[in-house]
Design a protein around this ligand. Structure first.
Ligand SMILES: [Zn+2]
Length: 244
């Protein structure tokens, strides 16, 4: 137990010492905005504002993400470089055996939050609708699977993917890792950047969990462990991405 506390303290120190990134540095390192991609993961009403999986804690990242998206668009990032990975479940989704029904196709829960709709509505945006937490096997409207889309981007040259949204330990972790691991497998020159301020998970205290007979989920601890774990795996985890 003592060792465990040492490790928790160590992880906290590591995450507290994360560097900051800036929009201008991102664009500079990517040599412009052509090879820079902003990925919005599940920033949907069903995780932020309504339904059984919505969480106020998760919704805290909406405004920082909106500001980051605006700053990148102001720098010239086009709709083609905005990637939306979003839950769009069938009503009989197998995933509903693990989580209560949420973000069913055609419902308002499956919609992008209002604050981000101006970006979602830009022409050329890439949308992958998924029926599982990991989007790698999901398809866009043209039937292209997300991993095929990534392979095509990787072949075009060095690229940078900035991952935002929720939840840190589920869809952020799995999709950031998916992009990182595909790039590793292909020896592709790819930066995967995750900002702590632009990602978030939910909180279900043990007391509440016991009362409702649902799994407990410590938001602060899960954010900490999974940010640390992504860093361990070569994802560039930063404290924030400043607008300038
Ligand atoms: Zn889901």
């Amino acid at each position: 137990m003592e060792n465990r506390n040492d490790f928790l303290n160590y992880m906290e120190e590591q995450i507290a010492a994360l560097p900051c990134e800036s929009v201008s540095e991102l664009v500079k390192q990517a040599e412009g905005t052509d090879r820079l991609y902003l990925v919005f993961v599940d920033i949907l009403k069903g995780f932020c504002q309504e339904g059984p999986l919505s969480s106020k804690r998760v919704a805290e990242m909406i405004q920082p993400v909106r500001q980051l998206a605006q700053a990148l668009v102001d720098k010239g990032l086009s709709g083609e470089n905005l990637v939306f990975l979003q839950d769009d479940h069938s009503s009989d989704a197998v995933e509903f055996s693990s989580f209560p029904p949420h973000c069913v196709k055609g419902t308002s829960e499956a919609e992008t939050v209002e604050a981000l709709k101006p970006f979602r509505n830009m022409s050329g945006v890439q949308v992958f609708r998924k029926n599982a937490t990991n989007a790698l096997f999901s398809r866009n409207e043209k039937g292209v699977r997300f991993f095929e889309f990534l392979e095509n981007r990787f072949q075009e040259g060095p690229s940078t993917f900035v991952i935002t949204g929720d939840c840190t330990d589920l869809c952020i972790y799995q999709n950031a890792m998916g992009i990182r691991l595909l790039a590793n497998e292909l020896n592709a020159d790819v930066r995967v950047v995750v900002s702590a301020e632009h990602t978030r998970t939910y909180d279900t205290p043990v007391e509440v969990a016991k009362k409702l007979e649902i799994p407990a989920h410590d938001g602060d601890l899960m954010d900490l462990v999974f940010l640390y774990h992504m860093k361990l795996n070569g994802i560039e985890v930063v404290k924030t991405i400043t607008e300038k």
